[in-house]
Ligand binder design. Structure first.
Ligand code: HEC
Length: 133
């Protein structure tokens, strides 16, 4: 067996094992995404709020404004539930500085990150905010 052949063989083995590892990682990420989706639609709006919003919005803190303060500003402009939900949903689905109603939030914090939530979960959670927070 000559040396070049051995080197070629080693490279081929390495190439395939990398392929397998990355292939697996992709499949695992796909699986995690699917499980996440399933879990989140099974959560009640109250649980969803706790898990996905409250850790930033629980109180006026280092990360984000208190949801109660945000809610006040939305209620002033949109007292009617359907309009309140529509406006907040529009922001949360795709936050931009222009859409933000609670201007104090942008003075003290950075723009809320866009997160890949499902629309039905968001509607539920915003409805929950309107009624319970
Ligand atoms: C990673 C932290 C984080 C999470 C999680 C988070 N937010 Fe925010 N959010 C922020 C920050 C920071 C601001 C203030 C800056 C701004 O207005 O973008 C904000 C602002 C807001 C505003 C005010 C926008 C305005 O009109 O001024 C709303 C409404 C809001 N968040 C809703 C939600 C909802 C609903 C959830 C859960 C689905 C959520 N947020 C989860 C960080 C977060």
């Amino acid at each position: 067996m000559n040396k070049n052949y051995l080197i070629l063989l080693t490279l081929t083995v390495l190439f395939f094992s990398f392929g397998l590892t990355f292939g697996k990682t992709d499949r695992n990420i796909e699986l995690a995404k699917q499980t996440n989706k399933a879990v989140y639609t099974q959560l009640s709006p109250a649980e969803f709020y706790k898990k996905q919003c409250a850790y930033c919005h629980e109180s006026e803190g280092l990360i984000a404004p208190d949801m109660k303060e945000i809610k006040k500003v939305y209620l002033e402009k949109y007292p009617q539930e359907s309009l309140f939900v529509k406006a907040m949903l529009d922001f949360v689905k795709h936050p931009t500085k222009e859409k933000a109603l609670y201007k104090k939030g942008l003075e003290n914090y950075t723009l809320m990150p866009k997160m890949p939530f499902k629309e039905e979960d968001l509607k539920g959670v915003i409805d929950y905010i309107y009624k319970n927070i």
